[in-house]
Design a protein around this ligand. Structure first.
Ligand code: UT7
Length: 366
């Protein structure tokens, strides 16, 4: 479904004013993942079938909220907020690995950033999380509900991955990334142009953490398959290619772009073969495809903005270049967006574990 009310409707655009990212320092190679779980696979199999060579894993005491706080701080730093400009007035956190089931992680992140009493909430759309959150935040901005939403995507999948599961343990990594939006013109670098999003709950059993919710409460003593993340790789693969290609084609058509116009294509970093298949279907040339799956693996909801941050830090595109983002994940969910490549200096920050009791000194001043 294409969301209406984009810049074509004569409203101000949501413009990316700052980009930040946070990666835990610990690098774990394919060989180390295999040794840790005693997995019946090889480093070569993982690299050749997925494109993943290593990933970052957060320390035991570092949470999704810690990653989110670091990435959000970095995004604010990147935006180098004009003291006279709008302060972040909404925080949206895309995650399916929240710090706890209740309350949401976002309000604590907003508090640690010193944002004051802004609305803050979590949004769960698995690997489509960032693009769902971006779509939501941009719509709220265009409607006048907020002026400078901070969109954060953060995941600690190492907390829900079964180290003994060959099918999933090699795939995922931990990370966070964030963008600060501001009101602007649809012709300027960083302007979000059109979005497309959708879901298909008929596939809700293909990617799951089955236990811990109301259907299968955690207190009942869960089996291993219910406690940990599980994915049926083959059907997910087929859905991922089909859904991302269709959604991306839709958003390109709405924008009025041909695939040949796209100068930067960034897809959800789940599997290099999926990314190549989507880009091939769309007809996007290899030199316009960017990603960092080799170094960070699949970081779920954080994957698309993390790849965007990586590509922007490397200066792969001139500001204003036509850009296509697309994602697919559990739910099933998918989403795509067109934008003009942002004119930003990307900042990164290492996550800091939150002290057990939140220290007032830890709370930032924006
Ligand atoms: O982030 C959300 C979206 N996620 C995705 O889009 C991921 C989608 N799926 C995939 O990326 C791929 O399906 C995998 C990487 C998970 C698997 O790669 P594949 O080349 O598609 O393998 P497959 O699913 O076709 O399975 C082939 C075989 C299976 O064994 P059988 O059933 O043929 O006996 C798997 O059990 O490969 C097996 N397999 C492995 N073998 C060695 C699965 N993982 C491994 C492994 N090492 N690590």
């Amino acid at each position: 479904m294409t969301s209406p009310g984009g810049p074509a409707a004569g409203r101000p655009a949501a413009v990316i004013a700052g980009v930040g990212a946070s990666l835990p320092p610990l690098v774990v190679t394919n060989r180390q993942v295999i040794e840790r779980g005693g997995l019946d696979t090889t480093a070569e199999w993982i690299a050749s079938r997925t494109g993943i060579h290593r990933r970052r894993l957060a320390a035991f005491d570092v949470s999704t909220g810690d990653l989110a706080t670091a990435a959000a701080r970095a995004a604010l730093d990147s935006a180098a907020l004009d003291p006279a400009g709008p302060r972040p007035d909404l925080l949206l956190l895309a995650t399916t690995t929240p710090d706890r089931p209740c309350p949401a992680t976002a309000p604590e992140v907003a508090h640690r950033l010193g944002l004051g009493p802004v609305p803050a909430f979590d949004l769960a759309a698995v690997c489509s999380g960032f693009l769902y959150a971006l779509t939501t935040a941009a719509a709220l901005l265009r409607s006048g509900t907020c002026r400078a939403p901070l969109v954060v995507a953060a995941e600690k999948y190492s907390a829900i991955i079964d180290p003994l599961d060959r099918d999933t343990a090699p795939l995922f990594g931990d990370a966070a990334a964030a963008v600060l939006l501001r009101r602007g013109d649809p012709t300027e670098p960083g302007a979000l142009l059109e979005t497309d999003w959708g879901s298909d709950g008929a596939g809700s059993d293909l990617i799951t953490v089955a236990g811990g919710g109301t259907r299968l409460p955690g207190s009942g003593g869960l089996r291993r398959e219910e406690r940990y993340f599980r994915m049926r790789g083959r059907p997910v693969y087929a859905h991922a290619v089909r859904r991302m290609a269709a959604s991306a084609a839709t958003v390109l058509a709405t924008t009025g772009w041909h695939p040949g116009d796209v100068r930067a294509f960034i897809g959800h970093q789940a599997n290099q073969r999926i990314l190549d298949a989507v880009a091939d279907r769309l007809g996007i040339a290899p030199q316009h495809r960017f990603g960092n799956i080799r170094e960070v693996g699949n970081t779920a909801g954080a994957s698309v903005p993390l790849a965007l941050a990586d590509a922007a830090a490397r200066g792969v595109c001139p500001p204003g270049a036509p850009t296509l983002l697309t994602a697919f994940g559990g739910g099933l969910t998918w989403a795509s967006a067109t934008l003009l490549w942002p004119d930003v200096t990307v900042r990164t920050a290492a996550p800091q574990a939150r002290p057990h009791h939140l220290d007032p000194k830890e709370v930032g001043t924006p």
